[in-house]
Design a binder for this molecule. Structure first.
Ligand SMILES: [Zn+2]
Length: 332
């Protein structure tokens, strides 16, 4: 496994709608190794590996964007006030370090809330070390976005923790699959979308699916786990249990024959997998499934603890299993 590509992707600045640095890192990794590489109006990066003309057109999708915060004001003491870009849980942001596109860094805290209440994004403020409003707004402007500062922390032998694991680990899997296909070829045409703006409603995958008209969609994303103390709701997925084959989440029910194809391919190739039911959340799958007259879809998920926090944690054995399963499915 090419850890340096994964770490490059984890380090790239890329809140929703501003995925340029992630796209550049992927272009560097893929240029010359795929049949074509292009960027569309939404900012999706689309890499094509041609088939032999007898297979399906398979659209893959892994999103490049990461949740963040956007500046709406600064108070007279120089603290920035923000609103959310994507599904931000305010509690998870407290004490995180953040970085803006221009390199300005800050730390997040929340103003006190009433007893028994949880802080909302409107209670958060960012301290960038400014003395007053004027200084703050000379260093960042209204409308600038920040993300949690990238850092990669190994946990034990197999696990890695980093803020942008959702979904750069899947961009990594998708890029590695394209590189593997360069050597072996494949009868199916693989159109790999590194999608923009998933965290704000799969806006990139929506237009890409419309343009590409695939015969099959396979999404790669992270999913929650039920293996930490007291976690609610109950979830069957666990870290180290293999790639997860999604059956359902809040936005999509995977196409049954695609689920079965994934489980069959896993069994044939001895790839560890687990069945996934996620009673919340969604991925790019629903907009692909509902594109034009409809597209069959499946999702290969990478189990991840502490999603949408500064500590998103995966097990590299599950990442390998997701890559193996993706390759088995696109070659089927
Ligand atoms: Zn995601």
């Amino acid at each position: 496994m090419n850890r340096s590509l994964l770490e490059k992707l984890l380090a790239a600045y890329g809140p929703s709608g501003n995925e340029g640095a992630v796209r550049a890192a992927l272009e560097d990794a893929l240029r010359g190794h795929v049949d074509s590489l292009s960027t569309d109006a939404l900012g999706n990066l689309i890499a094509v590996r041609k088939g032999d003309g007898t297979g399906k057109r398979i659209m893959l999708s892994a999103h490049m964007d990461h949740i963040g915060l956007i500046v709406i004001d600064a108070d007279k003491h120089g603290f920035l006030r923000v609103c959310a870009v994507g599904g931000v849980d305010a509690e998870n942001m407290i004490s995180a370090h953040v970085v803006f596109a221009n390199g300005v860094e800050g730390v997040i805290d929340a103003q006190p809330v009433k007893d028994g209440k949880r802080p909302a994004v409107g209670d958060l403020f960012i301290d960038i070390g400014a003395q007053d409003r004027e200084e703050a707004l000379s260093r960042v402007e209204i409308g600038d976005m920040c993300v949690m500062k990238p850092r990669v922390t190994p946990l034990g032998e197999h696990r890695l923790s980093s803020p942008a694991m959702d979904d750069r680990v899947a961009c990594f899997v998708q890029a590695e699959a394209l590189l593997a296909l360069e050597e072996t070829g494949c009868k199916n045409e693989i159109v790999a979308v590194f999608s923009a703006q998933e965290e704000v409603g799969s806006r990139g995958a929506r237009t890409a699916a419309y343009a590409l008209q695939p015969d099959l969609g396979i999404v790669i994303d992270v999913t929650g786990t039920g293996d930490t103390p007291g976690v609610k709701p109950r979830l069957p997925m666990k870290l180290g249990g293999g790639a997860a084959v999604k059956i359902m989440d809040s936005y999509a029910i995977s196409t049954p024959w695609v689920v079965q194809m994934m489980l069959d391919e896993a069994q044939k190739a001895n790839i560890p997998v687990q069945r996934e039911v996620l009673p919340y959340g969604g991925t790019d799958a629903d907009v692909i499934q509902q594109s034009r007259a409809g597209v069959p879809v499946g999702v290969i998920s990478i189990p991840c603890r502490y999603i949408h926090s500064a500590a998103e944690t995966v097990d590299l054995r599950d990442v390998q299993a997701a890559l193996d399963l993706l390759l088995a499915c696109v070659r089927a």
